[in-house]
Design a protein around this ligand. Structure first.
Ligand code: GAR
Length: 190
């Protein structure tokens, strides 16, 4: 059994989709724990509804201690998934899980990546720049925001009539279609 931990800062619709993906297929994979830096994040309600344990942490325990690493090790986590998680992952966590942290970014990296580029900010920039396409990037996490090796990219068209909200919808559709599948493929290699 491979065990996943999902970090999410917000709504957690990707987290929910990943939990259901592995649950429905009864594969040898389970989402063991949801972690968040925001005590009021909606992902916590989703976790409760789906019967997945959750853990809330603060900046000090994330950046200045090994508390999270110890927790993940105690629970025998094989792979960490960042699904809408907005803090930079600290070096000690990356060192403890080398090539075992996957992120999803709502743009075609290296475009629209880096600090401050998340969620609606990305879609607003894509629309403002009149891009004709955007998409998703699923990649390994290293010490620099949105920089690690790319596992998969998928594209969608952007029309002049699109707004940040309609682009967000298209992006979520791609995420739900490809994120869990890409995690599943990656798990066969580690
Ligand atoms: C997703 O679109 C994800 O790609 C994005 O946040 C959204 C979270 O949605 N992540 C980033 O922008 C990371 N830089 P969700 O909470 O509904 O899964």
């Amino acid at each position: 059994m491979k065990r996943l931990a999902i970090f999410a800062s917000g709504s957690g619709s990707n987290a929910e989709q990943i939990i259901n993906h592995f649950h429905n297929r009864s594969l040898q994979v389970c989402v063991d724990l949801i972690l968040t830096n925001r005590p009021n994040a909606y992902v916590l309600q989703r976790a409760e509804k789906l019967g997945v344990e959750s853990y809330v942490f603060n900046r000090a325990s994330f950046y200045d201690s090994d508390a999270i690493i110890n927790l993940l090790n105690e629970r025998h986590i094989d792979l960490i998934v960042l699904a809408g998680f907005l803090w930079l992952v600290p070096k000690n966590l990356i060192a403890a899980f080398p090539n075992k942290i996957i992120n999803i970014h709502p743009a075609l990296l290296p475009k629209y990546g880096g600090k401050g580029m998340y969620g609606q900010h990305v879609h607003q920039a894509v629309v403002a720049n009149k891009e004709i396409e955007t998409g998703i990037t699923i990649h390994l996490v290293d010490e620099i925001y949105d920089n690690g090796a790319i596992l998969r990219q998928e594209k969608c068209e952007v029309q002049l009539s699109d707004t940040a909200d309609t682009v967000a919808e298209k992006i979520h559709k791609l995420e739900y279609e490809y994120f869990a599948e890409t995690i599943e493929e990656y798990l066969t290699k580690i």
